[in-house]
Design a binder for this molecule. Structure first.
Ligand SMILES: [Zn+2]
Ligand SMILES: [Zn+2]
Length: 347
């Protein structure tokens, strides 16, 4: 049964369908514009001004009444509206969704009032330019999504002209006389068309690590993964290891392995990169990308390259796992390292 709420409880005259993997807020803004309404006006009418709809990260924490009211005006089911949010990633890429704090792999957008002060909404300019109707994807909010798996180019996370974060809901704010919705891909601050942002080739230690990341991104939400010759039945378990490694590589101990990787391929470590302590999700896009592709490189020829590196710089299991309980496939390899390192004189 369909739940109908909000406005007059009826479907709006124009009710666009969700586009493939479209974010809830992108769908919401398109619905408003299709009916000649500003995104702010539709939110006020649907939920009341006191709701402060745009003052929250609705893609991350939309409440059931928010989703059911929207479902009512576009004529979809509650489940379809829920599927446009980031919540269904729970159990698929991480084990628990934290609506009010940081969630593994979800980029924070730093909402303050209607302003977004963090570049957490990434985009691929080539996808936007090829879209018949430009829109923003759910997967672009993920911190490991640093390249477009379709075009293989580097993602963007802000306007290349003025560095403003993407805030497509604010496009028409401050333009009260404007009746027609502006281009959905314009930067809200300077008007630059984000679909015309430059398409950059992503950096990596080698082409294979880029291919590995791209292959992963193409299948990142299937719920399981295959790593080396092993099927890993739980993607959250696999990604827990990846998250641990990309975070650990910025520590003093992990930094030794990172420099070993950089020096092995390039002869020199990345010059003067200093990693401050912060969650992976708060790091700049380029830094996240570098840590991910270096992890992909270290994971190639698993577990040989990883073990070689750890042995070369004298890393033992406890320095890698920091006593955290790790999934079996990783723990077994780390364990092997401890044994081999501990008894290497016997071989
Ligand atoms: Zn693309
Ligand atoms: Zn701009």
């Amino acid at each position: 049964m369909r739940i109908s709420h909000g406005l007059s409880g009826r479907v709006l005259p124009a009710h666009p369908h969700q586009l493939p993997d479209e974010l809830f807020t992108s769908w919401f803004v398109r619905t408003a514009h299709a009916n000649g309404l500003k995104a702010q006006v539709l939110a006020d009418r649907l939920y009341g001004k006191q709701c402060s709809f745009w003052a929250r990260d609705q893609d991350k924490l939309a409440a059931p009444h928010i989703l059911s009211a929207f479902a009512g005006i576009v004529g979809c089911s509650y489940e379809e509206a829920l599927a446009a949010t980031l919540r269904p990633y729970e159990g698929t890429i991480y084990s628990s969704h934290n609506p009010y704090g940081n969630t593994l792999w979800i980029l924070p957008i730093g909402v303050r009032h209607r302003i977004r002060d963090r570049p957490g909404q990434q985009y691929c300019p080539l996808c936007l330019v090829e879209d018949a109707i430009p829109y923003y994807r759910r997967r672009w909010r993920l911190s490991y999504y640093t390249i477009c798996e379709i075009h293989g180019t580097q993602m963007h996370d802000c306007c290349p002209e003025c560095q403003a974060p993407v805030a497509f809901h604010r496009l028409e704010l401050g333009h009260k006389t404007e009746t027609l919705p502006r281009l959905a891909t314009a930067c809200y601050r300077c008007g630059f068309d984000l679909a015309r942002a430059p398409a950059w080739s992503p950096d990596a230690l080698d082409g294979q690590s880029i291919m590995a990341l791209r292959a992963f991104l193409a299948f990142h939400d299937i719920g399981w993964w295959f790593h080396a010759k092993e099927d890993i039945p739980s993607m959250p378990d696999y990604l827990k290891v990846v998250h641990h490694v990309v975070t650990w590589l910025t520590s003093a101990q992990g930094g030794r392995l990172l420099r070993w990787a950089e020096e092995s391929v390039r002869g020199v470590a990345q010059p003067s990169v200093k990693y401050e302590r912060m969650p992976f999700e708060f790091r700049p896009l380029i830094t996240r990308h570098w840590l991910l592709v270096c992890t992909c490189w270290l994971f190639q020829d698993w577990p040989n390259r990883f073990l070689d590196g750890c042995r070369s710089v004298g890393l033992t299991k406890s320095r890698i796992t920091r006593s955290e309980v790790m999934p079996g496939w990783f723990d077994r390899v780390a364990e092997e390292l401890a044994v081999v390192w501990g008894h290497h004189t016997e071989h």
